[in-house]
Design a protein around this ligand. Structure first.
Ligand SMILES: *Cc1c(COP(=O)(O)O)cnc(C)c1O
Length: 396
């Protein structure tokens, strides 16, 4: 046992030496623009709660009502002990929101990716991923056993090269043709930029591939009623698999897949992370349903407008090269891990909480302060952040 812990301590020391050690910081308040840590209040620019719904009374009330009627836990997997009504209500709301035939929810976005990709492709198929795709999709693609190809970030020429290669090696497997699955995010989680979805959709049609788009950072804040980037670009119908999370702009918890009835029926039968896992707490589903309703309401529209005004304010003051802000994520890339940690610590000294994002979340040497804004922030909050950033001893 001692040698086990000795070995782990060696590994931890190595992480510390590379400035890659991470630790949890206990928060004694709700997720909101202000966080209480160690009795101190911090201005929070770290959450993906883009519409400020995580602590919204409508979501809390929906969760409380669901607890009162359906209890704290789901009892078993939805195929075993019966599928509680809040999940069905949520899936109907999601399908209507995303304008797809059907939807299926999972405990998290991570397990939605895992279950879906592994159900759809195997060793005879090809998965083609954007270089900056989220870890949940990388893990899923690896676990699926499919041949993996990575295209340069947002580079459709490179994607076409990979598609040509995959198309060339396509062969019949039993009574089907081997599949090619292209996966991208619509808004990239650590860079905040947008994928060229129209071009990607055209390419996948040209080569007869399937397209999966992860809208984790777009759902709720981009497109009409916050439907996402695919909706804004008018390419929703070309996407076989719409993925996202209920834990970011929607303020709750869980992951979703939207698509055809056939896709959803297939996943219920084949997605192992759905089949072999206890259903999420019904309260999370009820909160997410309330969030989807709110997102499409006049209040949702106001929140989106407020959020985009703040994004534009911060962007213009930071004089970022790309003057047109693309999302609520503003990365300040410092590169060096130690420098980024020091910058985050300096901001904390001014009671501002911004995460230092390092490997393996981003590449080594691409460390950054990742600022995220929410509709619950005010322009005074943004000014406070800008003042603190101006005081940083480091050139940003
Ligand atoms: C957060 C995230 C996920 C995972 O969703 P969770 O619900 O947090 O598990 C998947 N994809 C992207 C792009 C994400 O940012």
């Amino acid at each position: 046992m001692n040698s086990f812990n000795d070995e782990l301590n060696l590994r931890l020391t190595a992480l510390r030496e590379q400035n890659l050690f991470r630790e949890l910081r206990r928060v004694d308040s709700a997720q909101s623009p202000r966080l209480e840590i160690n009795g101190q209040t911090f201005l929070n620019f770290s959450a993906n709660d883009y519409l400020g719904l995580a602590n919204h009374p409508a979501l809390k009330e929906a969760a409380i009502k669901a607890v009162e009627k359906f209890g704290a836990g789901a009892g078993a997997s939805r195929l075993i002990s019966g599928s509680l009504a809040p999940f069905h209500e949520l899936e109907a709301a999601l399908a209507a929101f995303k304008k797809t035939e059907a939807a299926l929810t999972f405990s998290t976005g991570y397990t939605a990716a895992l279950g879906t990709i592994c159900a759809l492709v195997g060793k005879d198929d090809v998965v083609i991923l954007d270089k900056l795709i989220h870890a949940s999709i990388v893990d899923a693609a690896k676990l699926s056993g499919a041949k993996l190809r990575i295209f340069d970030h947002n580079d459709t020429n490179d994607l076409e090269e990979k598609l040509r290669w995959a198309n060339h090696r396509q062969s019949p497997i039993g009574n089907r043709q081997s599949a090619i699955l292209v996966i991208t995010e619509s808004i990239f989680s650590m860079d905040g930029d947008r994928a060229p979805l129209s071009e990607i959709a055209a390419l996948k049609e040209k080569y007869g591939a399937w397209l999966m788009v992860d809208e984790a950072h777009a759902t709720g804040i981009i497109g009409q009623n916050g439907r996402g980037l695919a909706d804004e670009l008018g390419v929703s119908d070309k996407i076989e698999i719409h993925m996202g999370t209920l834990g970011k702009a929607l303020g709750a918890s869980g992951g979703y897949i939207c698509g055809s009835r056939a896709l959803i029926d297939f996943l219920v039968n084949r997605a192992r992370s759905f089949i072999f896992s206890t259903a999420p707490v019904p309260a999370a589903a009820a909160a997410a349903t309330a969030a989807i309703e709110l997102t499409q309401s006049a209040e949702g529209e106001t929140r989106r407008k407020d959020l985009w005004l703040l994004i534009e304010l911060l962007n213009s003051k930071l004089k970022i090269k790309n003057s047109k802000p693309e999302s609520a994520i503003i990365p300040l890339i410092l590169g060096d891990e130690a420098k980024t940690l020091a910058a985050a610590a300096q901001l904390r000294e001014q009671n501002i909480f911004v995460p230092a994002i390092r490997y393996p979340t981003v590449a080594r040497g691409a460390a950054r302060l990742r600022i995220s804004l929410t509709a619950a922030h005010t322009s005074a909050d943004v000014s406070e952040l800008l003042n603190a950033l101006a005081d940083l001893k480091f050139q940003i």
